[in-house]
Design a protein around this ligand. Structure first.
Ligand SMILES: C[S@@+](CC[C@H](N)C(=O)[O-])C[C@H]1O[C@@H](n2cnc3c(N)ncnc32)[C@H](O)[C@@H]1O
Length: 187
């Protein structure tokens, strides 16, 4: 049976203001996202991380937000327009088994996959697509909710990422989560 995708209405619970006390975007992403970067976020939902990242990359940067649910992206766009940063965010609807990001090959400086890998039916295809989009040596932060993803399953996820060319180089501590920083192998 394919994994369940987070319903649109649950998306609202992921953008509640108090979440930043648990998942402070600047603390989690500050070391990775800098001005002028092109960032890929897969499964951004309503943009809890995409909007802060759009502020972090500044006017010269870009956040490409790719989600399988158009309704999530429409809510993200609305929030980005209200915040005055819609011009830094590109939204794209993808297929469950393909991100359709071949045009971004080796153009992405950083990728974020937060609380979404466990919803994906083909994890190898996901990591292959992310690896293609990243520049050699660029990083990808993967974070999965502890409540949904066991330590064994997270280890399997990292093994699949490794086979796709993304090697785990750090295990950052993020509340309620199992997390790893991956790096695209050169060559
Ligand atoms: C639990 S939500 C997390 C949202 C956001 N990353 C956050 O932490 O607030 C998971 C998101 O991943 C998206 N998603 C699920 N399967 C996907 C797939 N195969 N490709 C791209 N996005 C997917 C869902 O539509 C949803 O927006």
């Amino acid at each position: 049976m394919p994994p369940l995708v987070c319903p649109h209405w649950v998306g609202y619970s992921l953008i509640v203001p108090w979440r930043k006390w648990v998942h402070d975007p600047r603390k989690i992403l500050g070391a990775h996202v800098r001005e002028g970067m092109t960032v890929l976020e897969v499964g951004p939902g309503m943009g809890f991380f995409a909007l802060p990242m759009a502020r972090m990359v500044g006017e010269r940067g870009k956040v490409v937000a790719v989600d399988v649910q158009e309704t999530m992206l429409r809510s993200l766009e609305k929030r980005a327009r209200s915040a005055g940063i819609a011009d830094r965010i590109v939204t794209r609807v993808c297929q469950p088994r393909s991100l359709d990001v071949e045009d971004l090959a080796a153009l992405v400086d950083f990728a974020l996959l937060f609380a979404m890998v466990h919803e994906v039916p083909d994890v190898m295809a996901l990591f292959r697509d992310v690896a293609v989009a990243l520049k050699p040596g660029a990083a990808c932060l993967v974070s999965e909710p502890r409540g949904h993803v066991t330590a064994e399953r997270f280890a399997e996820t990292l093994a699949i990422a490794d086979a796709a060319g993304l090697a785990a180089i750090q295990t950052p501590k993020i509340a309620w989560s199992r997390s790893a920083l991956l790096e695209k192998r050169a060559g």
